[in-house]
Design a protein around this ligand. Structure first.
Ligand code: GLA
Length: 377
């Protein structure tokens, strides 16, 4: 598939010549393993076919000029502190900043950026931008940082420049995804193994088209509660705790529920990878359903819109399992369904959701895409 035509075209229109290289990085959907990454646990995401594409050419000097469809042209100087900038340029300037801090000689460049990843939907559009520009700058600097190193840079941009304390999952899957497979990632060691989606099954992503302003503060809140629970349990991260420890320790009722989600979700995620390995889609679906219950009742990051979407999907014949995906409070749900009825099921769920909530959702039947890459033209 050629994702790059639109970005090449935009580059030509704007700079009056063809770009010399193309970088691309996908958005992601997480199949299971939610709110586990910052607890050093397990996640099982896959890359979406939707990508962010950067057409670019190095230029002399320290200026970076960028154009993105629907936005005014922007530029920044590579020596500037990204924290002094505003808007989406901070993502790119942030990546440049941390690469330079690692000793890379990032040159100035011109870039045209397009994306198919819906913004604000919890499908990691910002991670796909960070990874795509990280890959581009890595090549321009003549460096050979691997996907994990570029993912870490993207995460630092979120944490230290944007002020979102997210884990490593989104950037890492965008950087190292394997086409046709979900990746079981150990977020402590960053070790990853590929598990193909069972034959005859499809993944459907449903966007509730609801967003929650408070998401960032609630996310930080969950992280702090997890850290407190880990401290009481005497472990470095909740990844190191067992359910027995969680049940027996002197935790507050709230800490116990939050910790129970994380510890049980880690177990579910490892079991889900095993189910994929055995081609057991039924077991996988049941684990997705359990994950949703745990996120709703113990971690409390679901919403009426997400519960409605998940309930409707779970009620359709041919749906093996469904759950909210990503940070929560709005955004997307994900389901594993029989492939031959995937489109019909997506349509039926979307229609019922719209009748019930009066909000028009979006849905996509998706196959796991590959990870980020750079091509010289
Ligand atoms: C957001 C964050 C991820 C992860 C998920 C929850 O998507 O960016 O790092 O913590 O929430 O699993």
């Amino acid at each position: 598939m050629d994702f790059s035509n639109e970005a090449k075209q935009l580059f030509k229109e704007h700079y009056g010549q063809a770009p010399s290289m193309i970088a691309q990085a996908p958005g992601r959907v997480n199949l299971i393993g939610e709110h586990t990454d910052y607890n050093d646990g397990f996640v099982l995401p896959m890359a979406l076919p939707m990508r962010t594409v950067v057409a670019f050419t190095p230029r002399n000097g320290q200026q970076v000029r960028m154009i993105s469809k629907g936005y005014p042209a922007v530029s920044f100087d590579l020596s500037h502190d990204p924290r002094s900038l505003n808007g989406w340029v901070r993502y790119v300037a942030g990546v440049a900043h941390f690469l330079q801090e690692q000793g890379l000689e990032v040159p100035g460049f011109d870039a045209a950026i397009t994306t198919e990843v819906p913004g604000g939907a919890g499908l990691s559009s910002s991670a796909s931008l960070e990874v795509a520009v990280g890959m581009a700058m890595n090549v321009m600097a003549g460096s050979t940082l691997d996907g994990a190193a570029i993912a870490r840079i993207g995460q630092r941009v979120e944490n230290d420049i944007i002020g979102v304390s997210s884990g490593i999952m989104d950037q890492l899957i965008s950087a190292i995804a394997v086409e046709g497979s979900a990746l079981l990632i150990d977020c402590r060691s960053l070790e990853a193994s590929a598990y193909p989606i069972p034959a005859g099954k499809s993944v459907v992503v449903f966007d509730t088209n609801t967003r929650r302003e408070l998401e960032t503060s609630a996310y930080g809140d969950r992280q702090r509660t997890c850290s407190r629970a880990a401290a009481v349990l005497g472990v470095e991260k909740l990844r190191d705790a067992t359910l027995t420890q969680v049940n027996e320790a002197q935790l507050t009722p709230l800490e116990r529920r939050r910790a129970r989600h994380v510890v049980s979700e880690n177990e579910r995620t490892e079991r889900a990878a095993k189910a994929l390995h055995e081609g057991d889609a039924v077991a996988f679906g049941e684990l997705m359903n359990e994950s949703h219950r745990s996120l709703r009742d113990d971690f409390e990051v679901s919403s009426v819109a997400l519960d409605t979407m998940v309930g409707l999907a779970q009620g359709e014949p041919g749906c093996l399992g469904a759950r909210m995906t990503g940070g929560g409070f709005g955004g997307c749900a994900v389901a594993l369904v029989d492939a031959e009825i995937a489109e019909d099921l997506a349509r039926a769920v979307a229609q019922k959701y719209e009748i019930e909530l009066g909000v028009e959702p979006a849905s996509w039947v998706v196959s796991p895409g590959g990870g980020a890459s750079v091509t010289t033209l």
